[in-house]
Design a binder for this molecule. Structure first.
Ligand code: ACO
Length: 325
């Protein structure tokens, strides 16, 4: 059976850093509240020239460089995003254009914070069919453009950025071992972002208050911990592996308390989790590939290590993937 492996990583973050102390001047909040509730100290905010597709392209260039590939070597580009700068065409098509990846077909996945993991899962199916493909999987977001900066319940939590990986056929003994994705659309109103008002009078929403992220924080928290634990247990059971056999866990970075509760529930030492939420906040689909790139460049993902990725987000969508690096 052809397995898929991640052959390189890259990431890109906007220049501007917004600290909790900056937020104290904008809304009624405090560094103490934000840090104790979320673990977040700073986040990056995109400016001109740092639109979602630009960050995505920049992360992709770094991944291409690490892989020693040119843009023309790419066969497929998939971008997990809910915040591309335009609705059509896809962010992936803009990345294809900017890279000059003339041989690739390109499309987006809308699975909120799970978008990168869903993309990786899909790429694995293509590689299984043809291990010679080079597939670029990106998570990229500009969430700062879609938070209500008056709503302290949400605006302190999110940030912007992009991460990318290139996947191809695995060398023997390496690559993706297992993965399982989940969704439950019945719970969509616990975490959602309504679209811009319809221009069709028959479907227009009166008094539409804009395209903002809306969230029932406590419900999301409880559900996220349970769902992540179930997804992780599912993929480990699939392979008859114990959590102790996993070397590094790179989770979606939403909130340090979610990660601590998850670690408690599954008896995982917190040191096994790669955590950078304090620097970037929740960057939705971008959070796993940014963290993966940091962990990779820091030398934490040596060949043969068992790496677990897990995500949870709006939809609800969630999942876990297990790889031998
Ligand atoms: N600064 C100061 N006070 C605040 C702020 C803020 N930024 N935000 C909310 N508060 C207040 C609330 O108004 C409330 O005040 P009240 O009791 O007078 O009404 C009080 O703090 C407590 O609010 P809670 O919502 O009960 O606070 P909680 O301890 O649950 O923490 C949080 C809120 C951080 C949102 C938490 O529920 C959480 O982390 N949820 C998970 C949400 C998440 O991470 N979502 C990301 C998307 S999903 C994903 O990626 C997994």
């Amino acid at each position: 059976m052809n397995r898929m492996m991640i052959i390189s990583t890259g990431s890109a973050l906007p220049e501007r850093v917004l600290t909790n102390f900056d937020l104290e001047k904008m809304i009624e909040t405090s560094d103490e509240w934000i840090t104790s509730r979320s673990g977040i100290k700073t986040r990056r905010i995109a400016g001109k020239g740092e639109e979602t597709s630009k960050l995505a392209t920049s992360a992709a260039r770094k991944a291409l460089e690490m892989a020693g590939l040119g843009p023309e070597d790419l066969d497929m580009i998939v971008v997990g995003t809910i915040t591309s700068e335009i609705a059509m065409p896809s962010c992936a098509c803009l990345v294809q254009k900017d890279l000059g990846a003339v041989n690739a077909f390109a499309f987006d996945i809308n699975s909120a914070c799970s978008g990168f993991l869903y993309g990786l899962d899909l790429a694995e199916k293509y590689i299984k069919a043809n291990p010679d493909l080079n597939i670029l999987v990106i998570g990229a977001e500009n969430l700062s453009a879609h938070v209500n900066w008056q709503d302290r319940n949400t605006c302190v939590l999110f940030g912007d950025g992009a991460g990318a990986v290139i996947v191809s056929g695995a060398t023997p003994g390496r690559g993706m071992i297992a993965g399982k994705m989940f969704s439950d659309g019945r719970l969509h109103e616990l975490l959602w972002m309504n679209s811009a008002p319809s221009l069709n009078p028959a479907t227009a929403i009166p008094d539409h208050d804009g395209s903002y992220i809306k969230m029932a924080g406590r419900d999301v928290f409880k559900y996220a911990v349970r769902a992540l634990a179930e997804a992780i247990t599912y993929v480990l059971n699939q392979e008859g592996l114990d959590i102790d056999e996993v070397d590094v866990i790179v989770p979606h970075q939403a909130n340090i308390r979610i990660l601590k509760s998850l670690a408690d529930r599954l008896n995982i030492p917190l040191e096994k989790l790669y955590i950078n939420v304090y620097k970037y906040g929740n960057t939705s689909a971008a959070s796993i590939p940014i963290a993966l790139d940091e962990a990779n460049r820091a030398g934490l993902l040596q060949e043969g290590k068992i790496v677990l990725l897990c995500a949870f987000g709006g939809g609800f969508t969630w999942g876990a993937s297990l790889l031998r690096w």
